[in-house]
Design a protein around this ligand. Structure first.
Ligand code: S3P
Length: 183
């Protein structure tokens, strides 16, 4: 680790929010980034699940996506209390204008990005995400392409853009520390 990427040298006075597509690795990268920076980690999807005592899939099934999105908006608002911590958000969270404005205004936002091929290979065969549940790899690719074209222009509003692709998480964390250090 170079001096420039020394986590001790990075001073954090606001929440760090990871945004980006499902499958990009926000949770695993976020956990390790939080460890490196000695900050608490929180995942907005897990908070929603804990608050409703249901999995995301169950919330979608029982109450519908709109209900989930409202819970997501409220949970992120609660987490954005000014305390420095690393927050991984669900892939759709940043589409909500209120959530987006809050994150852009009060946090350091990082768009974690990867090519569609990388996302498909990570997501194919994993059925727990409601938007791609039971879909084949080809169907997942189609769905992701639609989501990417809708979402990337919004994700691009984040303070920083870090491409993870299939490189080891350690390298992605190095890249994030570097952008944080450079302001
Ligand atoms: C979603 C992404 C999921 C979860 C929900 C909807 C999305 O989170 O919030 O299934 O709209 O992209 P991850 O990005 O952590 O998979």
């Amino acid at each position: 680790m170079t001096k420039q990427n020394d986590p001790d040298a990075v001073s954090i006075d606001r929440p760090i929010v990871l945004i980006g597509m499902m499958g990009v690795g926000k949770t695993s990268v976020g956990k390790r980034l939080a460890e490196a920076l000695n900050l608490p980690f929180v995942d907005s999807d897990h908070e929603i699940e804990a608050a409703s005592a249901r999995s995301i899939a169950e919330i979608f099934e029982e109450y519908g996506e709109a209900h989930f999105r409202d819970g997501e908006r409220r949970v992120i608002k609660r987490l954005m209390d000014g305390k420095p911590r690393v927050i991984a958000t669900g892939g759709g969270a940043f589409l909500n204008a209120e959530t987006r404005d809050l994150i852009l205004d009060q946090a350091v936002s990082i768009w974690l990005d990867a090519d569609i091929d990388v996302l498909v290979s990570r997501l194919a065969g994993r059925s727990h995400r409601p938007l791609i549940k039971g879909k084949s790899a080809e169907e997942i690719r189609e769905i992701l392409m639609g989501l990417v074209s809708e979402r990337n222009p919004l994700y691009a509003m984040a303070d920083h853009h870090v491409v993870s692709n299939s490189r080891p998480h350690g390298q992605t964390i190095e890249a994030i520390l570097k952008v944080l250090d450079n302001g």
